[in-house]
Design a protein around this ligand. Structure first.
Ligand code: FAD
Length: 393
């Protein structure tokens, strides 16, 4: 079997690339190890930046999102027992959209497979990449027959996330991988409870960071900083809600609305960046090429940014023989990636300094926070980075 592009992974990056290729009539196939139902219900991100929604809209991929996403214009920091509302839209004229990742993935699969007639194969096993520098191919085991299929292609889009196989197909020494470990973890929680505030809450507390993010009128995501490798089972319902109440407590704040916890996962906070994001005919996109700990809610946005650039570049190559997009791909992605990594790192200092046990880091963390509420210039710069509006294109 021969295809122009094999896309490995049906997350936001892979499905967006697939949709762009289908719209341009480029022959492609998407391979995914999980089932359709699994990827349509996997909870993860929820915050999408304005430019990313615009990018989806321009490619005909944002109809449901536009109808259903919530628009957020402010967040609230809680520290020293007080509440500080941060109205980033007033400072920048930009806002955030809140739209759960499973809904976006559901929209993208439906558009790709059911509307644009794209080929997608779920449940594939043992995906293997071959001859990436000469005559690429991707092979996999068909789950029903147990047979190995080989797909010859011109390009491979490596969109298989942080635990995929495409990055590992690059021989040692051919790319540089920069890594950063924050030495902390977050307990990621989903609660069957309506949001407890009309905006995102960040609690910066001596016990550790706590976060509150609306996902829908019925579901709220919470985060609690915890030691790396902590056992989620050691966090009982009562312990979670007690700690959330303490870390997010502030004078005049309404009580948190409690509910059953449907997800409890410990995420070790680490980042990496693969440079360049290209090896031979393999182009990495999204978490396969770079991981940003969810501290600044940037990962899905970066995945979409890569996917727009890669989808457009592959379409330009296939339809017009124009290779400028492919040649500049890695450089263009990495500018935004490094900008977001730097912001995430800065934010990590704010969120985690007070609980570090180091009075110096606690002091600088609170100084950074106070500056947001005393200097309009500092607040505007922060808001631009928070919204992804300051990144160099
Ligand atoms: P993925 O979504 O990981 O998709 C990769 C796909 O490839 C998956 O479907 C996987 O099953 C498949 N796959 C894996 N291996 C193979 C293989 N060998 N062969 C074929 N397929 C394979 N980002 C934000 O922007 N905002 C947020 O608010 C936010 N919150 C987050 C909260 C949490 C708890 C977590 C964990 C992440 C959060 N992120 C957030 C990050 C965001 O979810 C990711 O950055 C995003 O999913 C990356 O998209 P992707 O398409 O690159 O990878």
């Amino acid at each position: 079997e021969r295809r122009t592009v094999v896309v490995v992974g049906a997350g936001p990056a892979g499905l967006t690339v697939g949709n762009i290729l289908r719209a341009a009539d480029v022959d492609c196939v998407v391979l995914e190890t999980e089932s359709r139902r699994f990827i349509e219900t996997r909870p993860r991100a929820g915050v999408i930046e304005e430019w990313a929604v615009r990018g989806l809209r321009q490619r005909g991929l944002a109809d449901s999102l536009t109808a259903r996403a919530q628009v957020h214009s402010a967040c609230e920091f809680r520290f020293g027992g007080e509440r500080f509302r941060f109205d980033y839209s007033e400072l920048t004229d930009h806002h955030h959209y809140v739209y759960p990742q499973p809904l976006l993935v559901t929209d993208l699969v439906r558009e790709y497979a059911d509307v644009r007639g794209g080929d997608i194969r779920f449940g594939v096993r043992d995906v293997t990449l071959h001859d990436l520098e000469s005559d690429p191919a991707v092979s996999y085991l068909d789950p029903t027959t147990g047979e190995r299929h080989v797909l010859h292609c011109e390009f491979v889009a490596g969109c298989d996330g942080a635990r995929g196989v495409t990055r590992d197909a690059i021989p040692d020494g051919r790319v540089r991988i920069a890594r950063q470990d924050h030495g902390i973890a977050w307990l990621a929680l989903l609660a069957e409870a309506p949001p407890s505030s009309d905006c995102v809450l960040f609690g910066v507390h001596p016990n550790g960071f706590a976060g509150h993010m609306a996902r829908s009128p019925e579901v709220t995501r919470y985060y609690l900083q915890c030691p790396p490798g902590d056992d989620p089972e050691s966090w009982s319902h009562d312990r979670v809600w007690g700690e959330l109440r303490e870390r997010l407590g502030a004078a005049g704040a309404p009580p948190l609305t409690e509910g059953r916890l449907t997800e409890k996962r410990v995420l070790d906070m680490h980042d990496y960046v693969v440079e360049p994001m290209v090896f031979g005919r393999l182009f990495l996109a999204g978490d396969a090429g770079h991981l940003t700990a969810p501290i600044a809610a940037k990962g899905m946005n970066l995945a979409l940014h890569d996917a727009f650039l890669l989808g457009d570049a592959l379409a330009a190559h296939a339809t017009k023989g124009d290779d400028t997009g492919l040649e500049g791909y890695s450089h263009a992605c990495l500018r935004r990636v490094w900008d977001y990594q730097e912001f995430s790192h800065f934010l990590s200092g704010i969120y985690h300094g007070t609980a570090s046990g180091d009075p110096f880091l606690a002091g600088t963390s609170l100084a950074r926070l106070r500056r947001l509420f005393t200097s309009r210039a500092a607040a505007t710069a922060f808001a631009e980075q928070y919204l992804g509006a300051a990144a160099a294109f």
